[in-house]
Write a protein that binds this ligand. Structure first.
Ligand code: ZN
Length: 175
């Protein structure tokens, strides 16, 4: 496993963000340590959600804290998200795609089934910001970012920033 202390935010178009992540086989101290590190990184960057591939770890795991507080952080291990309801277009940003806020079309509702840090499975229904956040983070474990989801008009509108990110974080340039 990656050295957790060295974990940092990965940026589009890093490979780890573009490939589906692998299931967590066992919820052990490594995973608990990773989650603590992810909380540090998410809260320091004022995010409301963060997926393991966003810190360079290709595992199916993400965290969400809708109020941006450490006590409010929820952990989702090996999640599945089932989409429900109508579509809505709402502006989103992503710590891995900095400098871009763009409207993304997603379902208004969804349900999530995942395991928590004790390895217990739970299922929840979600709507509003929570549903949107779950779908955004689930995309990350599936290897999808808002750079893939945005409309072609938005890709044109944000082409300079996307190009800049590719130049800074593309295969030959990632430092
Ligand atoms: Zn994101």
């Amino acid at each position: 496993m990656t050295d957790i202390e060295k974990c940092r935010i990965t940026h589009y178009p890093a490979d780890v963000l573009a490939n589906a992540a692998k299931p967590v086989e066992k919820v052990d101290d490594n995973i608990r340590q990773l989650v603590e590190k992810m909380k540090d990184i998410m809260l320091a960057n004022k995010g409301v959600g963060l997926a393991a591939p966003q810190v360079g770890v290709p595992l199916r795991l993400f965290i969400i804290s809708l109020d941006g507080k450490r006590e409010g952080v929820r952990v989702y291990i090996n999640p599945t998200v089932t989409l429900e309801g109508d579509l809505a277009e709402i502006e989103e940003g992503c710590l891995s795609v900095p400098g871009i806020y763009t409207k993304i079309r997603r379902c208004k509702k969804c349900s999530v089934t995942a395991a928590d840090l004790d390895g217990n499975e739970f299922t929840e229904e979600a709507d509003g910001l929570y549903a949107r956040c779950l779908q955004h983070e689930y995309d990350h474990v599936e290897g999808i970012t808002i750079a893939d989801r945005m409309s072609s008009a938005a890709k044109i509108a944000h082409r300079k920033q996307l190009k800049k990110l590719r130049e800074q974080h593309g295969k030959d340039n990632e430092t």
